[in-house]
Design a protein around this ligand. Structure first.
Ligand SMILES: Cc1ncc(COP(=O)(O)O)c(C=O)c1O
Length: 390
C-alpha cells in the first residue's frame, strides 16, 4: 500500500490493476501474440463514423446535451430496450453515460453508503470491485460454481445477505468467465433481492454475444424488479465503439434524479459527438452485431479446440457468451497466476491476463480473449505448445 499523506484512504486501498500491468509489460516486448485484450479488434462500422462526422460538420457537437442525454437518442434506446431486452421504458428512465462503466459508477455512488455491502459473484470484472471500494462500500465476493460453468451459487448468495447488504452487482454474459446466467437463475436471484430489499445492478455489456442455446436475459424486465434494478448497457462491444465511450442505464424513474446527481459531477453529459454516433448505431443496420457474433463464435470454437490439444496444461469451461474464457491452470506453477502469466509473456511471447485480477477465486486461472483473429489464436497456441513441451 502507498504511504502518502496526500492520497485518500478510498483510493489507496484500490489495488493496481494486473491487466494494466500486463499491457505495460506487453508493450516492452516485440511481436507479442495477444490474448489479453477485452476490446473488439474490429473498427467501428462506417455508417456510425459517418454520422459522427456529419454531426461535427453540421455544428451539433460543440455544446453540452441535456444531462441525461439527447432526447432523440433516449427514444431510440427505449425502443431497443423493448425489442431486445423486454424492458418497458420511457426516456425519463434513461441516462446516457460515458460507457457502461460511468453508468455503473454513478449507480454505485447513488446507492451505496460507506460500509454498505455489495455482493459480487466471483470471479468478476475487476472494475466492479473497484467501483464499490471507491464509494467506500464493502465488496462481498461470493464464489461461483466453476464445475457448473461458473454459474451463480444462489444458496451462497442467500447466506451472504446481511442487514448491511445493499446491492448485488453482476455481469452477464460474464467477463472473465463467459458465463450467461439463465432466465431461471436470474428469476431466483430476483426473489432473493425482493425478499431482502436489495438493489440489483447489472452490467450487460456483452448482451448480444451468446452462443449455442444460451440466451441473454435482463433481470430489469421482471415487472416486480422495476424499482430494484439499475441496468447498465454500452455501445462499446455491440458496435465496436470502445473509444467512443458511450453507454446508458435504465432505472426506475424516481431513481434517475438521484443517479443524475452522481452522473453530473463525473460527466455533466456523455460526449455529444458519441451520442450522435450511438443514434446512428441504433437506427442503422444491425448486421455488424451479427457479423461480430459469428466471428466470436468461430473464434471460441477454435480456442476450445486448441485448448483440447493441451489438456494436460489447462482445463476449461466452454464459454456460453462474451468473448472471454477462464481456463484453470493445471500445472503447479499456476498457483501464482501473475508469475505464470508474466513468464508466458516473457518466455513464449503470449500475453494473457492472470486470474487473480478478477478476485481471489480467480487464482490458478488465466483469462483468454477470443475477440482476435483466428491467426492470432493459432499463433498464440503454437507458441504455448512449444513452450509447454520444453
Ligand atoms: C463486463 C464489462 N463491463 C464494462 C466494460 C467496459 O464498458 P464501457 O466501455 O462501456 O465502459 C467492459 C470492458 O471490457 C466489460 O468487460
Amino acid at each position: 500500500m502507498v504511504d502518502d499523506w496526500r492520497i485518500s484512504d478510498r483510493v489507496v486501498h484500490i489495488q493496481k490493476s494486473a491487466i494494466h500491468e500486463m499491457t505495460r509489460l506487453s508493450k516492452e516486448i516485440d511481436d507479442v501474440a495477444f490474448l489479453s485484450w477485452a476490446k473488439p479488434t474490429s473498427d467501428t462500422p462506417e455508417h456510425i463514423k459517418k454520422a459522427a462526422i456529419d454531426a461535427i460538420k453540421n455544428g451539433k457537437v460543440g455544446g453540452y446535451s441535456e444531462n441525461k442525454g439527447l432526447l432523440e437518442l433516449r427514444k431510440e434506446i427505449s425502443k431497443k430496450l423493448k425489442k431486445y431486452n423486454s424492458i418497458d421504458s420511457v426516456p425519463s428512465q434513461l441516462i446516457v453515460t460515458i460507457g457502461a462503466v460511468e453508468g455503473l459508477s454513478a449507480a454505485i455512488m447513488a446507492l451505496i453508503d460507506p460500509g454498505d455491502e455489495v455482493i459480487l459473484p466471483s470471479p468478476t470484472y475487476s472494475t466492479h470491485i473497484r467501483q464499490v471500494v471507491l464509494a467506500s462500500g464493502k465488496p462481498v465476493l461470493v464464489p461461483t460454481i466453476e464445475e457448473e460453468k461458473f454459474d451463480l451459487d444462489l444458496d451462497a448468495i442467500r447466506k451472504s445477505v446481511t442487514n448491511k447488504t445493499k446491492a448485488i452487482m453482476y455481469c452477464s454474459p460474464s467477463n472473465p468467465t463467459g458465463t450467461v446466467f439463465s432466465e431461471k437463475t436470474l428469476r431466483k436471484l430476483a426473489d432473493i433481492a425482493l425478499e431482502n430489499d436489495i438493489m440489483v445492478i447489472t452490467d450487460e455489456a456483452y448482451e448480444y454475444f451468446t452462443y449455442d442455446k444460451n440466451k441473454h436475459f435482463s433481470i430489469g424486465s421482471i415487472p416486480e424488479m422495476k424499482t430494484n434494478t439499475v441496468s447498465c448497457f454500452t455501445f462499446t462491444k455491440s458496435y465496436a465503439m470502445t473509444g467512443w465511450r458511450i453507454g446508458y442505464l435504465h432505472a426506475d424513474e424516481s431513481l434517475i434524479p438521484q443517479i443524475s446527481k452522481a452522473h453530473i459531477p463525473f460527466a455533466i453529459c456523455a460526449t455529444v459527438v458519441s451520442q450522435y454516433a450511438a443514434l446512428a448505431a441504433l437506427k442503422g443496420s444491425q448486421d455488424c452485431i451479427k457479423d461480430f457474433r459469428n466471428h466470436y463464435l468461430s473464434a471460441r470454437n477454435l480456442m476450445c479446440k486448441r485448448l483440447d490439444e493441451i489438456d494436460s496444461i489447462f482445463d476449461y469451461q466452454k464459454p456460453q457468451g462474451s468473448y472471454l474464457m477462464f481456463p484453470k491452470i493445471l500445472l503447479k506453477e499456476g498457483n501464482d497466476s501473475t508469475t505464470f502469466c508474466k513468464k508466458l509473456l516473457i518466455d513464449a511471447k503470449v500475453s494473457t491476463t492472470p486470474g487473480i485480477a478478477f478476485g481471489p477465486t480467480g487464482e490458478k486461472h488465466l483469462r483468454l480473449s477470443f475477440c482476435v483473429t483466428e491467426e492470432m489464436i493459432n499463433k498464440a497456441f503454437e507458441r504455448m505448445e512449444r513452450y509447454f513441451k520444453q
